[in-house]
Design a protein around this ligand. Sequence first.
Ligand code: G6P
Length: 366
Amino acid sequence: AAAELGPYRHFMQKEIFEQPRAVADTLEDVNGIMPELFGDGAYRAFREVKSVLILACGGSYHAGLTAKSWIEQLAGLPATVEIASEFRYRHILPDPDTLVVAVSQSGETADTLGALERAMELGMTRTLAICNVASSQLMRRAALGFVTRAGVEVCVASTKAFTTQLVALYLLALALAETRGQLGEEEAAAHLTALRHLPLAIQGVLALEPQLIAWSEDFARKEHALFLGRGMHFPVAMEGALKLKEITYIHAEAYPAGELKHGPLALVSEDMPVVTVAPRDALLDKLRSNMQEVGARGGQLYVLTEADTGFSSTEGLSVIRLAEHYGLLSPILHTVALQLLAYHTALARGTDIDKPRNLAKSVTVE
Ligand code: G6P
């Protein structure tokens, strides 16, 4: 195993740094935006569906939540995202005109398989699996499929599989838009260019590692952390909180920043760092006032932002800037920074990073 690790201390670190390659590989055979990327028969299914239902667990669920924004915005289709273990056992109003998308790194998660099966039993037969393992059960059961090319992921906490899922889901949103006549050729080309630039943009985020190490030194001494985001960066905050709790055992929660005043503000003190995902998007000013609510109560803010957002580090506020705002693909870049924060915090705490206590890489039983 030492040889496989190369210069890295843990598989998690290695897998975080493999992301530019994983994303590039996932895009390798993508020569245009078209439904066929998702298999034979995708054109017909994508044309006929009136909504999208995403089913997943864990990090894959967060990827689905991010994709909801993309599908709604790019393809104009309503999208819902459900935790597979919940979907399986609730009263469902089946809709045969829904595209059911099961997202899973392993393709073997029992709850996700069960949820897909349940959807199919209810007559929802337009199914698509997005998996990192081509031979997985989920890939075999779904009518359509897309294989992410992250490569084998060893660390229990998912990193490169997550970002490649986002790439696949972005392609899905674009392919749905294209099939439905909502994506011009030039627009499609521009999206592809942005996707192809991602590996380089991710390199830029990886280069922020020293600054994230500095943050991790503070976090390692805390027992609680709050992650805030808005819009499509709320799922990024959720993923950041999940990574932190999985590998550092620090209690971490994510909140959409506008909900602060409805509860979590009561928890804010200097003992609970507040990470804010603050990209330069339409919600920035709203977020800024949410941050003031935290600052006014003595909370320590850690702001992940970009050039030109006007934040500067002061007492109680520490800023890390990504080089550029990446539009709709911005969640991918902000996620990478939060992965590094979790990794280095765990390193400082001396936990078993690749095999956190009580967790399994793939949960194949209910
Ligand atoms: C486990 C893993 C997580 C993963 C989840 C879903 O809990 O520890 O990293 O996100 O399962 O797994 P899947 O293979 O379905 O994406």
